[in-house]
Ligand binder design. Structure first.
Ligand code: B12
Ligand code: SF4
Ligand code: SF4
Length: 179
């Protein structure tokens, strides 16, 4: 669906964001809600909303992990309704419940944690994600042939949900947007 739309508007800036708006805004209008998008400022707490909505937890990479889809999922938009307060965190007073229970968190059951040793510049550590180390590396020749070509090596090292790994074109699209 996105591909066909992009072919129609090949020169549009931030095409995935623009497509998400084209799809979700009419739905929000129909339902009487307000559509919000993950890349628009002020950033809305999409990951917290996702944790409140289904069985997701943070992985050591900062990305949320799903027991079935692993790290291979993202969020394109949300619809807010009057009465649900967007600035409440966590969402107990907004009518939403605590994060959904996860029977076994995949990261707790993963003793080797290969995601933490796969990054060539060690960008992930207990103190967080070293964005500038990552951005510097991906612009080098080595970074162009590895991360930029086939995706973040740390995300790729996770064994959970590998069958949902994005295809090469989708990976390169997201990596280009990240840089
Ligand atoms: C800013 C941002 C970044 C910054 C991170 C800056 C930093 N120092 O952490 C940059 C540009 C580096 C980045 C990169 C990526 N990001 Co990003 N990013 C965001 C964004 C727009 C805002 C995050 C935020 O501050 N929210 C505001 C606070 C209030 O919301 P929150 O839910 O409470 O915030 C949580 C996050 O900040 C998270 N967190 C903390 N540290 C880190 C570090 C990383 C790497 C991530 C992903 C999350 C994360 O913990 C908070 C508590 O839950 C979100 C979208 C959004 N609106 O949330 C996407 C988002 C978190 N990113 C996402 C993704 C997929 C990525 C990339 C993998 C993109 C890619 N390359 O394909 C990369 C990861 C790095 C890599 N090597 O590939 C997804 C995560 C989906 C998931 N499964 O959890 C999101 C939700 C966007 C989406 N459309 O789905 N990102
Ligand atoms: S490799 Fe292991 S610790 Fe890392 S994200 Fe995947 S399941 Fe979690
Ligand atoms: S994209 Fe490459 S350099 Fe950046 S965090 Fe992932 S593995 Fe490390």
């Amino acid at each position: 669906m996105f591909r066909a739309w992009h072919r129609k508007y090949p020169d549009i800036a931030d095409p995935l964001d623009a497509w998400s708006k084209a799809v979700l805004e009419p739905v929000a209008a129909l339902l009487g809600g307000e559509a919000v998008f993950p890349s628009d400022r002020p950033w809305q707490p999409f990951q917290q909303w996702a944790m409140a909505a289904e069985r997701l937890k943070p992985s050591p990479l900062g990305l949320l992990i799903h027991p079935h889809y692993g790290l291979w999922h993202g969020y394109r938009g949300a619809i807010l309704f009057a009465g649900a307060r967007r600035d409440d965190a966590p969402f107990t007073s907004a009518g939403m419940t605590e994060p959904q229970p996860m029977v076994v968190h995949p990261c707790d059951a993963c003793s080797d944690k290969p995601c933490l040793s796969a990054c060539p510049v060690g960008a992930f550590s207990l103190s967080g994600f070293a964005v500038s180390d990552c951005r510097t590396f991906v612009k080098t020749e080595a970074g162009t042939t590895t991360c930029m070509g086939s995706g973040c090596l740390a995300r790729d090292a996770c064994p959970v949900g590998r069958e949902y790994r994005y295809g090469p074109e989708q990976i390169r699209f997201h990596m280009a947007a990240f840089v």
